[in-house]
Design a binder for this molecule. Structure first.
Ligand SMILES: CC(=O)SCCNC(=O)CCNC(=O)[C@H](O)C(C)(C)COP(=O)(O)OP(=O)(O)OC[C@H]1O[C@@H](n2cnc3c(N)ncnc32)[C@H](O)[C@@H]1OP(=O)(O)O
Ligand SMILES: CC(C)C(=O)C(=O)O
Ligand SMILES: [Mg+2]
Length: 583
């Protein structure tokens, strides 16, 4: 069956809210909401294999460790596991005093009774009573009227409140009511407000309650854009009587992939509380991802009041409990999200790190914040305990990224010309092999290409020229032994004449006419001195741009000698290649 040419024959668009003076678009979020983790309820009910008691216990412990103060732990009347897990939390005293557990129950007396049995003896409990207010539900599923839904909701609110009062008296439990308005975003909002108002009246008719009722507004199925959900939430907040006496929560699902935006806009629209799951687990495409929401706030300089300092551990625990992997592109948590493969991004990251280090150094002692302002890296992954590789190299990469990896592994800050030359070498390999090259592989290609040895014990079998020994005497005379094509030559010269002396020995031994074009020194972060040298062959003229060589040593003169030897080897390599091509 092909896609429809006119999908309107099958699907109706949403009807916008009549809210011409909506306020949320010009507001800015300044603080974190109250969070409710529903990993152990909505997250759990979406799994192929619901969690065992052990898995739920592990996840509960980790969620508490993250700082959640409200956790929906079960739908106790759904199964023995759900019931027993709730009992375990209470009986084994696993719930910290400042944590509220939430349990969910439908508007059915026997389920509500079972739910109360499950929480018997707990200190702080939120009962989430849910009914569905959408016409789809009362017309299709229950085949009843709106009035029936209203009555069912109010009647069961009385049941909940009577049991809450009884359990408070018997066990000292403090209760709060949360009304889960299933189908909220597909409901007639005036009807929702009517049901909500009457539910609140029913709850309060038993006497004052220390805590305000929570109204939980879900996009049970996300069927419209995020701005529409925000309008609906603002409409609810503006039209509920005594708005300041209630708590408004949102519970977004992600069917359109916009649960995070919908929740962020709903907070602007007046919501106080957010339900969600770690990494967006939950029914169908998931509940809203609380990690993303929290770290989005964090990246704006707002504390989420949740601790994701060990995100890796949390990823492992979530995976262990839900058996659902984290997508490599998952915001913040995916293994590729702090990595750039493309040259332009790598260049930005490399320059960004340098610029930021310089800026932070200037700010030292000024008392001004050292802000994170990095191209292509919106946050510092080390804040979440993540080790990451900002730059990884493949055929899409450029000289900047490759130079960045050389700097990381070999501590060399390559000058631009040598970056360009080495980029070509790496690019050819990436293209030919159609694969990523690791930092270690790049370091070893660099060593091989430039015959770059940091000590004399390196494998030098492919070298044409080799520095066998080097010494500077008390009288500043430099002495060394060069091996050229296996034949040893002794060099002895003043520091100032040393470079020409080496070049002449090499020219004499090889018949070439090498001359130095450029030379640069650099003091490395390790204290070593690097020398980059470019030589050309005046006779052959094969390579008008010359050949680069790199040397490093504790001593500047030895470093220079090594760079000449390196450049000579590169010259020989290229001559062999060109001679091979011309045969
Ligand atoms: C959007 C949400 O996440 S809502 C929560 C959904 N979570 C779950 O369903 C997980 C746990 N659920 C269960 O264990 C079971 O479905 C139970 C215990 C709730 C009910 O089980 P059963 O009695 O076998 O009914 P079943 O699952 O087939 O159908 C649901 C019944 O509950 C009714 N129902 C649905 N929502 C509600 C509600 N809020 N209040 C009262 N009844 C409801 C349905 O109309 C249907 O009634 P029917 O049996 O008269 O047709
Ligand atoms: C809060 C409840 C009713 C829910 O999970 C939903 O509607 O998605
Ligand atoms: Mg839900």
């Amino acid at each position: 069956m092909p896609m429809l040419a006119n999908p309107a024959e099958k699907y109706a668009g949403y009807v916008p809210c009549n809210l011409p003076d909506r306020q949320w678009p010009s507001r800015v979020t300044k603080k974190a909401p109250v969070w409710l983790s529903t990993d152990l309820r909505d997250g759990n009910q979406a799994l192929v294999r619901p969690m065992t008691i052990e898995q739920k216990s592990l996840l509960f412990k980790n969620l508490v460790h993250c700082g959640f103060k409200e956790l929906e732990v079960a739908f106790p009347s759904a199964s023995d596991t759900e019931f027993e897990f709730t009992r375990k939390l209470v009986e084994e005293n696993l719930i910290p005093d400042d944590v509220w557990i939430q349990v969910m129950a439908p508007a059915r007396s026997e389920h509500i009774k079972k739910t109360f049995e499950a929480i018997k003896g707990a200190k702080h409990v939120i009962i989430q009573l849910y009914t569905n207010t959408s016409s789809l539900y009362h017309e299709v599923i229950l085949q009843c009227s709106k009035a029936d839904i209203l009555r069912m909701t109010v009647d069961h609110t009385h049941v909940v409140r009577s049991l809450a009062d009884e359990y408070s008296a018997l066990y000292g439990t403090t209760f709060r009511l949360c009304y889960g308005i299933e189908g909220f975003s597909q409901s007639d909002l005036d009807f929702v407000i009517d049901v909500s108002t009457q539910l609140k009246n029913a709850w309060e008719s038993h006497g004052p309650s220390e805590y305000p009722v929570i109204f939980n507004l879900p996009s049970t199925v996300e069927c419209a854009p995020a701005n529409h959900f925000a309008d609906q939430v603002e409409y609810f907040c503006r039209n509920m009587p005594n708005r300041d006496q209630i708590i408004v929560g949102v519970h977004a699902h992600n069917d359109r992939g916009t649960a995070v935006s919908a929740t962020e806009l709903a907070l602007l629209a007046g919501a106080d509380r957010v339900d969600g799951c770690l990494f967006g687990n939950g029914e169908r495409t998931g509940n809203v991802d609380i990690v993303t929401l929290g770290l989005n706030l964090y990246s704006q300089g707002i504390s989420p009041n949740l601790d994701f300092s060990d995100l890796k551990e949390l990823i492992d625990v979530a995976r262990q409990c839900t058996d659902i992997p984290i997508h490599p592109r998952q915001p913040y948590a995916g293994e590729l999200v702090f990595t750039a493969f493309s040259g332009a991004h790598q260049d930005g990251i490399r320059k960004g790190f340098r610029a930021m280090a310089e800026r932070h150094a200037r700010l030292e002692g000024t008392g001004q914040p050292k802000l994170w302002t990095m191209p292509y890296l919106p946050v510092d992954p080390t804040d979440f305990g993540l080790s990451y590789q900002a730059v990884r190299v493949n055929g899409q990469s450029g000289k900047g990224g490759i130079a960045h990896l050389v700097e990381k592994s070999l501590h060399l800050d390559l000058p631009r010309d040598i970056q360009i030359a080495f980029y070509k070498t790496v690019q050819d390999i990436c293209d030919a092999e159609a694969k990523e090259l690791t930092a270690d592989e790049i370091a070893s290609i660099f060593r091989r290409t430039y015959h770059f040895h940091q000590d004399n014990s390196a494998d030098v079998s492919s070298d044409t020229a080799l520095l066998r020994a080097f010494n500077i005497t008390d009288t500043d005379v430099c002495e060394g032994i060069l091996s050229i094509n296996g034949e040893c030559r002794t060099i002895s010269a003043d520091v100032d004449d040393l470079r020409s002396a080496i070049i002449s020995v090499i020219n004499e031994a090889t018949g070439f006419s090498l001359e130095v074009q450029k030379q640069e020194f650099q003091v490395l972060s390790t204290g070593m001195i690097a020398t980059y040298i470019c030589i050309r062959d005046g006779v052959r003229g094969d390579s008008p741009q010359g050949w680069w060589g790199v040397g490093s040593a504790r001593d500047a003169t030895e470093s220079m000698v090594r760079s000449v030897v390196s450049a000579v080897n590169c010259t020989f390599d290229d001559h062999k290649r060109l001679d091979g091509l011309s045969k």
